[in-house]
Every structure is written in C-alpha cells, then in structure tokens.
Design a protein. Structure first.
Ligand SMILES: NC(=O)c1ccc[n+]([C@@H]2O[C@H](COP(=O)([O-])OP(=O)(O)OC[C@H]3O[C@@H](n4cnc5c(N)ncnc54)[C@H](OP(=O)(O)O)[C@@H]3O)[C@@H](O)[C@H]2O)c1
Length: 280
C-alpha cells in the first residue's frame, strides 16, 4: 500500500494498522525524522513500513516520487491519498498553484496518473481518498478556482475536499471497465490531529478546545478505522465511486457529483499538471 500523509494524525495510525496486518506500507511525508521514527516503531512490532520523503506541493517532486515508488515496488495494489493541509495565508507553489489546491487535490490527481499502470498490473487494486464533509460548504467557482481574490483558508480547504470527491467519482467512472476501484471517505471531525496547525488563531483555539473536551468530534483511532475499512474490506474491492461517512455510503453534494463539474475539474487539473486530459 502507498499512503500519503502517514507521518501524523489518522494516516499514521492507519499505516501502522495495515502494516500490522502484514502489508508493506510505503508512507509519504515531508519530515524525514517523523518518517524514520514511524519506521522504527513499525519495525519493533514486525511491521514493514518504508518511508519516502516528499513535499507534495511541487509537481516535479510528485513526479520524482512516483519514479522512486515504481523503482522500489513491483506491485502497488492500494494507493491512499490522505495528505492534507489548511493554509492560513494564500501562498503559491513554485508551479504557481495555490498551496491548498496543489497539495490536497492536484498531487493526488498527478500521482494517480503516474502510478496507474502499476495499479493496473497489480489489480485488483484500490484508490482511496480522504475527503471531508466540509465539502458541503464549498462550490467550485471555476472562474477563480484558486481564490486569486477573496482567499479564506477554510473555504479554500473546503473546496479542495470538494475536489477530492469530484476527482474520485470521475476516476471511478473512467476506470469502470477495470479491476481498480476508487472510493473516498469522511474521517469525522478529528480535532486532535495537526491539520489546523497553520490555521488562523481563532480556528486553532476552537479546534484545540474541541480536542480536549470529551465527546466532541471523532478520535484519531476512529478516523483511521474508516480509512482502513476502505483499504481492507472485501466490499470495496467491488464497490466503486462511493463516498463513505460515519453513516456508511452517503451521497455527497450535487456540486461534487455533477458530471459537468467533474469533467471540468479533470480537464483543468490535467492542464495544470501538463498531461493529456484524455486519461485513463
Ligand atoms: N482532522 C479532521 O478533522 C479531518 C476531517 C476531515 C478530513 N480530514 C482529512 O484527513 C487527512 C489527514 O489529516 P489529519 O487530520 O490526520 O491531519 P495531520 O495530522 O496534519 O496529517 C496530515 C498529513 O499530511 C501530510 N502533509 C501535509 N502537507 C504535505 C505536503 N505538502 N507534502 C507531503 N505530505 C504532507 C503531513 O505530513 P507532515 O508530517 O510532513 O506534516 C501529515 O502526515 C487530510 O486529508 C484531511 O484533509 C481531516
């Protein structure tokens, strides 16, 4: 299994759990020390976690990461896009893309493209994307997808999670005749992770308070369980194009499922990462 965002939060717990079940887990993260600590902990428990250091903000790094993964693993049967961030200020990556959109949406889009042939040859295979119910607050606004004006960190984050769902549904449709499924999920509101470390002060205060008040939100363990379910449950070897929440398979907003929106996002994304939109 290849899993991004496995050095912290729900991804870290999920990586450890899946490794404990006997799988080799390739974890992608930015921080070498956090990665090495995770590998050492897994090794002590006889789990096989390999760490691949990469900042998913830049497309060149995503491409060289894909090359490294293809060189290292003959088989990739599960690809989990779980890395995510929320950025207080609007910044652009070296590719000139708004950071939240680049890391949360474009990196999964490009990495899936780069690894698709290996998923195909390893099928049955799964692509799993960590989305969020916060997408209910978002619209695409295709004339200013990357908030060149009126940037708001929570809105930018919500739009990137909307993009996660639209991408997953479109991918599932395009892979209909293959043995690769694509599903996404909402882990719950998990206030104890590091997700909002760069959020505005007021958001950080609210999230920290929620993390210490018993009964508010979901634990990291529960969020990780939802991820593990999509990765391991036999059902999701067959079911594809679903959005899963605490209530089970749920309909996302029509903004996410609308075929025109999905196609438009797909084509814009292809243009931004400079690939032919006519894939897979
Ligand atoms: N927490 C919630 O309430 C909540 C709710 C709904 C959805 N989610 C989603 O759940 C996923 C996991 O988030 P979390 O709550 O577990 O937060 P987290 O503890 O902050 O974990 C985020 C992970 O993403 C990685 N990451 C962030 N930016 C990256 C980049 N530029 N390149 C490579 N890796 C990067 C982080 O790596 P580093 O160790 O290098 O920082 C970390 O491993 C995210 O997709 C998030 O949107 C969370």
């Amino acid at each position: 299994m290849v899993l991004s965002g496995g050095t912290s939060g729900i991804g870290r717990i999920a990586a450890t759990e899946v490794a404990a079940q006997g799988a080799t887990v390739a974890v992608i993260g930015r921080d070498q020390t956090r990665g090495e600590t995770l590998v050492a902990e897994a090794t002590a428990l006889d789990g096989d976690i390999q760490f691949h250091q990469a900042d998913l903000a830049t497309q060149a790094t995503v491409r060289s990461l894909a090359g490294e993964l293809l060189d290292t693993y003959d088989r990739i049967d599960t690809l989990v896009h779980n890395a995510g961030l929320s950025s207080r200020l609007r910044t652009e990556t070296e590719d000139g893309v708004e950071l939240t959109f680049a890391v949360n949406h474009l990196a999964p889009y490009l990495l899936t493209h780069e690894l698709l042939d290996r998923l195909r040859s390893s099928a049955p295979a799964r692509v799993v994307v960590t989305a969020s119910d916060i997408h209910h607050r978002a619209t695409f606004e295709f004339n200013d997808l990357q908030f060149t004006s009126g940037y708001d960190s929570l809105q930018a984050y919500a739009r990137s999670k909307l993009a996660n769902i639209a991408f997953t549904l479109e991918l599932a449709d395009r892979l209909e005749d293959t043995e690769i499924t694509a599903n996404c999920f909402h882990p719950g509101f998990v206030p104890s992770t590091n997700l909002f470390r760069d959020a505005p002060l007021w958001t950080r205060v609210m999230v920290r308070a929620a993390a210490i008040i018993p009964g508010i939100g979901t634990t990291q363990q529960e969020g990780a369980q939802r991820l593990c379910k999509l990765v391991t449950a036999p059902k999701f070897k067959e079911r594809t194009g679903t959005y899963v929440t605490g209530e089970g398979i749920t309909s996302p907003t029509t903004e996410a499922s609308n075929p025109e929106n999905r196609k438009r996002l797909w084509e814009i994304s292809a243009d931004l990462v400079d690939i032919d939109p006519d894939w897979p």
